[in-house]
Design a protein. Structure first.
Length: 171
């Protein structure tokens, strides 16, 4: 779990470091809060529309699928797409870990049968929260948040491109 977070943060910083000058700052601001990179560039209307779209997908996904829709331990590949939403997704994942995965916090841990580790092997017992999202609804929430993250990645690249272009015009 922690390795995945560190890997993602290194990817964000590494991609941002390739950009120079204003492009790097706009890129990182756009990751910190969707739309902030464009706001910093003076494109206020575009920033508000971006924030509404990306944050709408993020919060919509959490409302539809619950906070369990963001889970870097159980849904690692999905989390890589979701993490482009910025630090808010890491906060939701932290809330998921602290509230749903620890006994006695919220709900109760219930026994859930897991598939056997190997064909013909004995089944193992897994404990899940009674409030864990299951089924298609949780999947839809996960998908919304991942789509918001991928959309924000495009927004980050757009902010960096616009910042570099504006910097060249100023020179």
């Amino acid at each position: 779990m922690l390795l995945l977070s560190k890997t993602f943060i290194l990817i964000v910083i590494g991609a941002g470091a390739v950009l120079v000058g204003r492009g790097w700052k706009a890129y990182m601001l756009a990751w910190a809060l969707p739309g902030l990179g464009h706001w910093w560039l003076g494109e206020r209307k575009r920033a508000v529309l971006i924030a509404a779209a990306v944050l709408g997908l993020l919060f919509g996904g959490v409302l539809i699928g619950g906070i369990d829709s963001v889970d870097q331990r159980e849904d690692g590949p999905w989390f890589l797409a979701q993490a482009w939403n910025g630090p808010l997704v890491f906060a939701v994942d932290f809330a998921n870990e602290e509230l749903l995965k620890k006994p006695g916090r919220l709900g109760e841990l219930m026994s859930s049968p897991a598939p056997p580790k190997a064909p013909g092997g004995p089944p193992t017992e897994v404990f899940v929260s009674s409030l864990k999202g299951i089924g298609v609804v949780n999947d839809i929430g996960t998908l919304y948040i991942a789509l918001g993250g991928l959309m924000n990645l495009v927004v980050m690249l757009d902010a960096a491109s616009r910042a570099r272009r504006n910097g060249e015009e100023d020179a």
